[in-house]
Design a protein around this ligand. Structure first.
Ligand code: OSB
Ligand code: MG
Length: 369
């Protein structure tokens, strides 16, 4: 596959509902999409960098300029036999994993289309159907949150995850558990706690949670290992896992019992597979995290979730939870059993609605040699 051109664009999409975490409240998404042209085939990728450097130090402005000035020149004009080889071409550039991932993932899409194979099969996936959960954010009141939980359970979702932060945690979990004693429930702190809150965090054990996600610092493994020893609830790491070595260190130190894999956070599909394998070898189940993706990123998350060790429901949910109109056809739908059926079409398995993408585009730049 000769990497001929890269087209980067920013689209803007209003969210159906605001998204509030311990970082703040978000109403609109600014999303970078990338198209790669190889031997007459177009592969699409989505950069999951946010509009602000709050979840990660990466955000869309530096992602755009890093792609333009460093990553595109590193790959353009090169011929690769498989998409994963692009990671080697970009290795000289440190960090910027979300920016690297969009290039590598677009190439995986192109490779799958070229080989007339569904992306999930090319990745080594084994299941025809993935299990879905939802991430429910901080609301204006607990009553509003309970209404959301009820709605998502009725839609069939198999795991409810709620965002927590000091002041919006034990009270919320208590109310959910009282009403639904048996549901699969977890929480995500996005690093909102510190080690001097261990006594407080121990109280989470009363709620029979599947996991508590990323309670401590975003860049920490060591103190999570100390914390995990104090809790009976499994810790799941999200932000802290940047690559397979982090996953190995976390498994070795006992810093978590579950890992959330986000393909963008770890730099692309090839590293995501390595994280998956390290976790599988250490008997640590994984699940696929979400980053409020448009259909392009959503399709890639679905493909990744078909790998064998994705044993827990992911934050991969229906397009309509985020968008009035998604940019793929068909949009992602979830069955009443809380599953997504995987497409057998070549590549990502969903068509890009290019006219709609063009309408949503606010800037666009094509890079070629
Ligand atoms: O921590 O999983 C997270 C969204 C943006 C940044 C961080 C996180 C999230 C989510 C999104 O929880 C889940 C989804 O896409 O529905
Ligand atoms: Mg998280």
């Amino acid at each position: 596959m000769k990497i001929e051109t890269l087209t980067l664009r920013e689209i803007q999409m209003p969210l159906v509902h605001f998204f509030e975490t311990s970082f703040g409240r978000l109403y609109h998404r600014r999303i970078l999409l990338l198209t790669v042209q190889c031997d007459g085939v177009s592969g699409w990728g989505e950069c999951v960098a946010g509009e602000d450097p709050f979840y990660s130090s990466e955000w869309i402005e530096p992602a755009w300029s890093t792609i333009k000035h460093y990553l595109a020149p590193a790959v353009l004009g090169h011929t690769v036999t498989a998409a994963h080889e692009s990671a080697g071409l970009m290795a000289r550039i440190r960090g910027h994993r979300m920016a690297k991932a969009v290039i590598e993932n677009a190439l995986w899409d192109a490779e799958a289309i070229q080989k007339k194979q569904p992306l999930w099969k090319l990745l080594g996936g084994t299941t025809r159907e993935i299990h879905c959960g939802v991430s429910i954010v901080i609301q204006d009141s607990v009553e509003q949150l309970l209404d959301k939980v009820e709605l998502e359970l009725a839609a069939g979702y198999r795991r409810i995850k709620v965002k927590v932060k000091p002041g919006w945690d034990l009270n919320v979990l208590e109310r959910i558990r009282t009403r639904w004693p048996k549901i699969v429930l977890s929480c995500d702190a996005n690093s909102a706690y510190r080690l001097d809150e261990v006594e407080h965090l121990k109280k989470f054990d009363a709620f029979n949670l599947l996991m508590i996600e990323q309670p401590l610092w975003n860049d920490d493994i060591y103190y999570h290992a100390r914390l995990q020893k104090e809790l009976s609830t499994a810790i799941c790491l999200d932000e802290s896992i940047r690559h397979a070595r982090d996953a190995a260190a976390a498994a070795e130190t006992g810093a978590c019992r579950i890992v959330n894999i986000k393909v963008g956070r770890v730099g692309g599909f090839s590293e995501a597979r390595k994280v998956h394998d390290v976790c599988q070898n250490n008997n640590v189940p994984v699940w696929c995290g979400g980053m409020l993706e448009s259909g392009v990123g959503r399709a890639q998350n679905i493909a990744l979730s078909t790998l064998q060790n994705f044993r827990l429901p992911g934050d991969v949910s229906a397009s309509k939870r985020y968008w009035k109109e998604d940019i793929i056809d068909p949009e992602v739908t979830v069955s009443p059993q809380g599953t997504i059926a995987v497409s057998d079409a070549p590549g990502r398995g969903y068509t890009i609605r290019e006219e709609l993408v063009n309408k949503l585009t606010v800037r666009k730049e094509t890079m070629a040699l």
